[in-house]
Design a protein around this ligand. Structure first.
Ligand code: GLN
Length: 289
């Protein structure tokens, strides 16, 4: 008979070559099996493990050994102040993307009845984080894939956030011209289709449509930036996440489409990660002529 701690020690060795965080991964999987927090493991880890717990744990460890992401194995991931359900139909929310949320909140007054659009919501991470911080905002979150939209809706319900409307749409296709926004946010697919990272780590198990885009990763970013001005109110903002090496091209696309006050922001790893631009009323009129 082995204790829970002994099983974790054993799994840590097994996962040594699979992950950079073999002990944390093992602990998280055990917590999931037991439905207990880390405090329980510290206090009672030397208890003998039941056969059922042992089997359930080693099943998960085997999947992790084959590379499956922890977030999919335990079915959730923390993002901003939320705990979100995730499965293989949605991109796993990344801490990198919290930069985009911060920049959006900077630009959204707390007391205003503002209209926000998120394009390609996946798990709902961005839309729900903004909506929770700005309860008076009306947020529309669109998603092209039905199964992903189901996850986003579930996350809205579980987190009790009622000011997000989830809508099936191919980018702006089902956004009516009469719906005009103060801010449009998106973390679209932007990885180059032949980027070797797609064959490594968690990315192998995530939906490729949420990761990679044609035109060296720029196809969706370009579509969104080109279409955004006609859906933004005057002085409205666009905030878009992109690859660390795509900032200059994104800024150029924004300038070409009449945006001003363009600024680049870094993620927690100090890598360029998202760019903001303001729709200037004057420039837009000049372009229309
Ligand atoms: N930043 C992610 C990654 O490379 C990609 C997310 C995306 O394409 N939107 O892991």
């Amino acid at each position: 008979m082995l204790s829970y701690t002994a099983l974790i020690d054993d799994a840590t060795k097994q996962l040594y070559d699979t992950t950079e965080t073999p002990r944390i991964d093992s602990e998280v999987l055990m917590q999931h099996v037991l439905q207990k927090d880390i405090a329980w493991l510290i206090g009672y880890g030397d208890t003998f493990a039941t056969a059922d717990h042992r089997k359930a744990f080693y099943d998960l460890v085997a999947k992790r050994h084959r590379g499956q992401p922890i977030a999919y194995l335990i079915g959730r991931r923390d993002f901003w102040t939320l705990t979100l359900t995730v499965n293989e139909n949605v991109l796993i929310p990344r801490a990198d993307t919290e930069t985009l949320v911060e920049e959006a909140l900077e630009r959204l007054p707390k007391d205003g009845r503002i209209d926000v659009l998120e394009l390609g919501t996946g798990s709902g991470a961005i839309a729900l984080s903004i909506a929770k911080e700005r309860p008076l905002a009306n947020v529309i979150a669109v998603e092209y894939h039905n199964k992903a939209l189901d996850v986003a809706k579930q996350n809205g319900q579980v987190n009790n956030i009622t000011n997000v409307e989830f809508r099936l749409s191919d980018w702006f296709a089902d956004i009516d011209q009469s719906e005009q926004f103060d801010l449009i946010a998106s973390n679209p697919p932007y990885v180059e289709p032949n980027d070797p990272h797609l064959q490594q780590g968690d990315l192998r198990f995530e939906p490729i449509t949420a990761l990679a885009a044609p035109e060296n990763g720029f196809a969706d970013i370009r579509n969104i930036i080109e279409a955004a001005p006609s859906h933004l109110k005057d002085n409205g903002w666009i905030i878009i996440e992109h690859g660390f090496n795509q900032a200059e091209e994104v800024a150029e696309l924004l300038r070409k489409n009449g945006f001003s006050q363009i600024s680049l922001h870094k993620d927690i790893n100090q890598l360029p990660r998202c760019t903001c631009g303001k729709k200037s009323a004057v420039i837009q009129k000049a372009i229309k002529r």
